[in-house]
Design a protein around this ligand. Structure first.
Ligand code: FMN
Length: 223
C-alpha cells in the first residue's frame, strides 16, 4: 500500500544508543529512509534529545526533565514509533528504560494506543533480539500496540553496504517488507476504532477509583 500525502502517516524514529557511530543509528536511518519511500513522514530523533537523569520520584514533584517532555511531544505528534535498540546484557539499555519510565508518569500517558515497531543491530549472531523482548514489556504494559515481527540485524558491524543499506539482498527485502506491513497496520489503525481503549495502570483485585488510574486511549479512529 502506498501512503499518500493527504493523510500522511507520521512515524517517530530513533536509535536507543547515545554513542556516535552507533550501528542502531544506521539501522534507524535506514528505517526512516524506507518509511519515506512508502510515502509516510519519518520524524528522525536522537536518543540524546530524550536522555534524562535517573528517574526519581522526588525530582518528579518539581517537574519532568526536558528529555521526557521532548519524547512525549514527539510521540503525541506521531501515529507510530520505531525504536532501533542495542542489547545490553541480554536486555535493553538503561537510557531507554529510564525515559520510558519518566514519560509513563505524564498524563495523558502517551504510549497508550500508539503503534510501535522494534528493531536491533548487534555485532553478535543474535543481532540484539533478546534486548527487544525486554523492551516490548514496558511498552506493552503502557498500552502501546507493539508489532509482532521484530527485525534484528546480526553481525551488524559488517552488514551494511556503502549506501547504508543491508548488503545481503534477502535481508534488505525482509527489512523493507517488515516496515511496509507495519505501515499498513498503522494506516488501518487510524481508520478503525481500537478494540482496547482502557489503560489501567495497576490491575487490582479490588477496583477503587481513589487509587486506580484508568485512562481512555488518546488515539481515536480518524484522528
Ligand atoms: C554494557 C554493554 C553490554 C552489551 N551486551 C550485549 C549483549 O548482551 N548482546 C549483544 O548482542 N551485544 C551486547 N553488547 C554489544 C553491543 O551490541 C554493541 O556494542 C553495539 O554496537 C551497541 O549498539 P550501538 O552500536 O547502536 O551503540 C553490549 C555492549 C555494552 C556496552
Amino acid at each position: 500500500m502506498h501512503h499518500e500525502a493527504s493523510s500522511q502517516l507520521r512515524v517517530l524514529v530513533f536509535a536507543a544508543s547515545l554513542r556516535s557511530g552507533s550501528l542502531n543509528q544506521r539501522l534507524a536511518d535506514l528505517a526512516a529512509a524506507v518509511i519515506e519511500e512508502h510515502g509516510a513522514a519519518a520524524d528522525r530523533a536522537a536518543m540524546a534529545d530524550f536522555d534524562c537523569p535517573s528517574y526519581n520520584g522526588d525530582v518528579e514533584k518539581t517537574g519532568f526533565p526536558a528529555g521526557a517532555q521532548r519524547f512525549r511531544d514527539r510521540l503525541v505528534a506521531a501515529d507510530a514509533f520505531v525504536i532501533s535498540s542495542p542489547e545490553y546484557n541480554a536486555s535493553m539499555p538503561a537510557c531507554v528504560k529510564n525515559v520510558i519510565d519518566w514519560v509513563s508518569r505524564i498524563r495523558p500517558q502517551p504510549f497508550n494506543g500508539r503503534q510501535g515497531l522494534l528493531m536491533s543491530a548487534s555485532p553478535s549472531m543474535a543481532g540484539g533480539n533478546r534486548g527487544l523482548w525486554s523492551l516490548r514489556i514496558p511498552l506493552e504494559h503502557l498500552g502501546a500496540r507493539m508489532y509482532p515481527d521484530m527485525f534484528s540485524l546480526a553481525q551488524a558491524h559488517q552488514a551494511f553496504d556503502n549506501a547504508g543499506r543491508i548488503a545481503a539482498p534477502v535481508l534488505q527485502e525482509r527489512f523493507d517488507r517488515n516496515i511496509e506491513c507495519f505501515l499498513d497496520l498503522v494506516e488501518a489503525a487510524k481508520h478503525y476504532r481500537p478494540l482496547k481503549k482502557l489503560w489501567v495502570e495497576y490491575l487490582g483485585e479490588h477496583p477503587d477509583p481513589a487509587v486506580d488510574r484508568v485512562e481512555q486511549t488518546t488515539v481515536e479512529a480518524g484522528s
